[in-house]
Design a protein around this ligand. Sequence first.
Ligand SMILES: [Zn+2]
Length: 79
Amino acid sequence: MENKSIKTTFSLGKLYCSVFGHRYRVTKKVTSHINEYQCMLCNCEVTTDDKGKLTQLTPQLKDINETLTSFHKKKNHAF
Ligand SMILES: [Zn+2]
């Protein structure tokens, strides 16, 4: 019974997202232009791509962002 209600809430969240759009919050700042976001309703993750648009956060993109983060930090430390 309880399990069923959780599932219903989850799919309602997804339905809400598909109708009204995701409600993202920033989970990680990568650079001044690139952030990682997570939707508060369906928990999907996205990131900013090189064109400034939001795209699904794949493991590959996560790797790239990880590299960018360390690169960004090193660059700032040089000064
Ligand atoms: Zn969502």
